[in-house]
Design a protein around this ligand. Sequence first.
Ligand code: AMP
Ligand code: ZN
Length: 575
Amino acid sequence: MSVLKLKNSYTRQLEVFEPLQAGRVTMYSCGPTVYSFAHIGNFRSFLFADVLRRVLERNGYEVRHVMNITDVGHMTEDHLADASGEDKLAKAARELGSDPFKVAQHFERAFVEDAKALRLKIYRGGETDDPELHPRATGHIPEMLAMIQKLLERGYAYVVPTGEVYFSVAKFPEYGQLSGKNIEENEAGARVGVREEKKDPRDFALWKVDAKHLMQWDPHSDKGWDKADYGRYRELAPEGVDKTIKPGFPGWHIECSAMSRAHLGSTIDIHTGGEDNMFPHHECEIAQSYGAFGFTVPGPHGAPDEHHARKTFSRYWLHGRFLLVDNKKMAKREGNFYTARDLMDPVAAGRKDLAAKLEAAGFKGGRVDPLTLRYALISNQYTQQMNFGVDLLVQAKASVERIQRCYERLREIIGPGTDLDIAETASDKMIELVDKYEREFDDALNDNLNTPNALAAVFKAINEINAMTLGKAEAVEAMRLMDSFDEVLDVIDRRERSGILTKTEIEQRLALPLPEFDLLANAELDSAAVAGFVALRQAARKAKDFKRGDAIRDGLKHRGVMIEDVPQGVRWKLE
Ligand code: AMP
Ligand code: ZN
């Protein structure tokens, strides 16, 4: 297998990937700010990280992937060098007439549903509920304050009379190396909303004070704290922090430095984000982590890598280029803004116009299957800007159907109960085909995640497989190849397509916790999930709430699952 090469944004070079510890990779991805539904641009960045992680796994690495949830401190103007603005969560809470904690909880839940539908591996299996892999900023205030204190003690930060804390950029000459922004540009950016109390316009806030903000932590008492967090804070900073720091909330940049260190250690292998994260966000993360923790860090062979700022925090930086829609930046006022759920279920998202447009383009019920959306968003190399439009979805749909049809044919040839070891008797031609295209697929992905070339290998393989008359042994071998492609692509629908839930099975299911009706809109409807909703309907009927029972049946139908009462129980079928 070819060696994995990745373009390191820090050096702007294609580098052979080598983790710090043999066989293991630590990777941190900047996650969503949960003040609204994630849009397809956000998901392009998250899916690029997902593909990267899967490619690392194909290369034999055990990957620990952390992606945070930003639920405080990300300001509306944070894309500029520490300008001010309003906390995005506070703004959303004001507009929705809710409180920011509730807003965050609501949109985090929606994000997880979308992420599952789009098959982000970090929301699969045991990783789904592991809080260490999905750290929330509001749950890491102790780590942030302890880091801020370290920065103060080491002379990298200062407190101003308002009680806020700033990082002193002049102390870190490497500031700007990642983004390649020169000092003048930095200063121009920083001039927007410059605070008088800053020593240098480039300095950025580590801790903010705003009496009106509803999310507040007092660094000098337990006021505003979750009890367990406060206990941890006392342990991490037994002497407390500088007495002149006032109650407030963290800046966005310190969050990722602190959460990444808490869950992956001081030096990580890979850090990802979208191209807009490079400056100022990641530039600030590097400065903070360097300032607080390190001067020398061991290199891959144990040799110290002295005064090498980039290696202090993350050894490889990868940034995904932006997704444009109709060649323009996505913006609500341009009418070209799509959340993932707008496309997956436009009617439920209140976008009837979009549903009609998609229906006309061949999408049944106006809904874009999440696997089609996943495919569309990973079909271009992350180093290229990507243009999104209905055409792209139409092509993606055809491609996913081609992959799925090939898989279905193989499944039919193999039939149920076949011993999969019969592949040993497959023809040399098939064995060569599998080797060739698996190698082409890996070579393309190992070449800095060149997904278009990887997909070209997939379709060449499918064309050849489709043109062959296959016996069972051939089909088993071909299916192995398709399964292997799907470790990265993950667009094959492996669900059972129909079944009967007997009365006894429904009774047994009723004894377990039932799913929430709200989740039906986005749940991945495999047989287990269908059983849950059928039981929920049964519970409603038992309670003589027939309206609710019908609503559940209609909801299932809307998601393509038909149910029918039969003497044995309930027959279900995926359309
Ligand atoms: P946010 O929720 O604003 O914190 O953004 C989450 C992630 O989405 C970040 O890594 C951004 O870089 C990324 N992102 C935002 N807009 C786009 C876009 N149009 N295309 C690709 N990635 C984006
Ligand atoms: Zn971040």
